[in-house]
Design a protein around this ligand. Structure first.
Ligand code: ATP
Ligand code: MG
Length: 230
């Protein structure tokens, strides 16, 4: 049990708006939330409700229009893209529905990319990448390019890339959306394992079978964020 219940990530009156022909469209309406160490959170909602916008804000891939975002107590809402990129590189791993791997690059070199940005020397990069691939059960495929891997395997490479820097938060936007049921289950087993190992997992999904893995449940409808926990 943790005595320290300081939120790792905190939103205070966060909104995200897009300007459309002079008017502003609010994709995320005023949102307050706190994410704690060990959390496993699912985000559900209809298409266009703001799920991707919300998880991009949580992952510091986007900045709020109004309100504040704190990561480990630090106000990160006004930081430059360069500073945000550095923080993301060390503390956050992101997994996308479309895998987003470099196609002419081997599995291990895809996994190593965040380590290149972090300035880790090349010998250590290979060791850490192979370790991350082993953690997703793909050690033997380290030399394959993405087109020599199944969809489920490509997503596991993407997960290895997300964990290779040992981030405290892993975010995933519909990580099983392009996969069959069987491969999707293997992906969820990995998220469950990393959560048990202490990582915060936050994922967007349409599927109740995926959402039920989470211990906290958030719904978003027309930009209004609610914690439902059912
Ligand atoms: N760059 C942008 N400019 C203008 N509007 C945007 C932009 N990005 C998203 N939106 C709008 O914000 C709303 C929320 O989009 P978002 O991508 O977050 O939805 P979503 O819940 O992830 O949908 P889906 O389930 O289809 O992925 C949508 O109405 C969308 O059209
Ligand atoms: Mg989306």
């Amino acid at each position: 049990m943790s005595i320290n219940r300081q939120p790792v990530l905190r939103f205070v009156d966060v909104t995200k708006g897009y300007s459309l022909g002079g008017a502003e469209f609010k994709a995320v309406k005023p949102t307050n939330l706190a994410v704690f160490s060990g959390d496993y959170i699912s985000i559900k909602g209809p298409s266009g409700s703001g799920k991707s916008t919300l998880i991009h804000l949580m992952g510091l891939l986007d900045t709020p229009t109004t309100g504040k975002i704190y990561l480990e107590g630090q106000d990160v809402s006004g930081l430059s893209e360069t500073k945000l990129a550095k923080i993301r590189n060390r503390k956050i791993g992101f997994v996308f529905q479309q895998f987003n791997l470099l196609s002419r690059t081997t599995a291990w070199e895809n996994v190593a990319l965040p380590l290149v940005y972090a300035g880790i020397p090349s010998a250590s990069r290979k060791i850490l990448s192979l370790k991350a691939l082993a953690a997703v059960g793909l050690a033997e495929k380290y030399g394959n390019n993405p087109n020599q891997l199944s969809g489920g395997q490509q997503q596991r490479v993407a997960i290895a890339r997300a964990i290779v820097t040992d981030p405290m938060i892993i975010l995933a936007d519909e990580p099983t959306g392009n996969l069959d049921t069987f491969s999707g289950r293997a992906i969820m087993d990995l998220f469950d394992k990393f959560n048990r190992q202490g990582k915060i997992i936050i994922l967007v999904t349409h599927e109740e079978s995926v959402a039920k893995h989470a211990s906290r449940k958030i719904t978003i409808v027309d930009g209004v964020v609610r914690e439902t926990n059912k």
